[in-house]
Design a binder for this molecule. Structure first.
Ligand SMILES: [Zn+2]
Ligand SMILES: [Zn+2]
Length: 283
């Protein structure tokens, strides 16, 4: 007989509001944990497979130098910074029924591991790394590099240790602002309906226990916490989709990764065309 288990906050919310199921979307938590990935592995901060004829991406944008005298913090480095791997994810490593966007075989995300006053992909924020994506449909021409370029300057909070992934399938739920108002109001009333005297058992919170799961995540919903949730639009007018979330201080290996003051970065892309530039949103 299975051992009875205590329902989690998530279970209690979904039992109280079964209509939430229709707003859930499948997503993957990647659970990066310290390891020794090779270039053929899905990894975070690990070695990448790379086409022999493709230059390694570099960054020549303005950077912050927080040690510089006041008024001179925004600087150009003498030489471009070699971007560093954030994610390498092979479609073959995804659970059944999951695919990479556009049917790609491999997704690679790299960043310049420094703070930028105005990262070119930023959606109205500063201070964060600049990200770039490679979505590869053919991996036969990719090779391990003899020597993967290192960044000559890197902030320690953006220097990622090599990690392997333990991919978990989840159902992710949007921020309350993206639910029908009537449902969001009922959830809020339920959360606040606790006895005012005696021993008060806290109610689960939609925001903390169910919506927009924390951690490094593929798909699902970005965790809005810094500003009010807002739709993100591509320059072509198409609503963008959340591709990838990078979170701060994730246990298991990325405790030292701190986005600005402890926020998360969401990478949003345009479903109309992979050619349209992505947006990075800090929350
Ligand atoms: Zn840079
Ligand atoms: Zn677009």
């Amino acid at each position: 007989m299975p051992r009875p288990t205590t329902p989690t906050g998530r279970d209690r919310l979904l039992t109280a509001f079964p209509e939430l199921h229709e707003y859930g979307t499948p997503a993957l938590l990647l659970h990066p944990h310290l390891g020794n990935p090779g270039p053929q592995d899905s990894s975070v901060g690990g070695p990448l497979l790379w086409p022999a004829d493709e230059p390694w991406p570099t960054c020549d944008f303005l950077h912050y130098d927080f040690d510089a005298p006041q008024g001179a913090e925004e600087i150009h480095f003498d030489a471009p910074v070699a971007l560093q791997p954030v994610l390498q994810l092979f479609a073959r490593d995804l659970p059944d029924e999951h695919a990479l966007h556009g049917g790609a075989e491999l997704l690679q995300v790299l960043w310049c591991p420094n703070s930028h006053p105005q990262p070119p992909d930023a959606f109205g924020h500063g201070y964060t790394p600049w990200l770039t994506i490679r979505s590869r449909h053919d991996t036969t021409n990719l090779r391990p590099l003899r020597e993967q370029p290192l960044a000559h300057t890197a902030a320690k909070e953006y220097t990622l240790p090599p990690c392997l992934l333990a991919i978990e399938e989840i159902t992710d739920y949007p921020s309350g602002a993206f639910l029908p108002e009537e449902l969001a109001d009922r959830i809020q009333e339920w959360e606040e309906d606790v006895p005012q005297t005696g021993h008060v058992v806290p109610k689960p919170s939609y925001f903390y226990d169910l919506a927009h799961r924390r951690g490094m995540k593929l798909g699902g919903y970005h965790r809005w916490s810094l500003t009010d949730p807002a739709p993100i639009e591509c320059e072509c007018g198409t609503p963008m989709e959340h591709l990838f979330q990078i979170d701060s201080m994730e246990p298991g290996g990325l405790e030292r990764l701190v986005i600005s003051r402890g926020y998360s970065l969401g990478l949003h892309h345009c479903p109309a065309s992979p050619e349209h530039p992505h947006h990075t949103v800090m929350q």
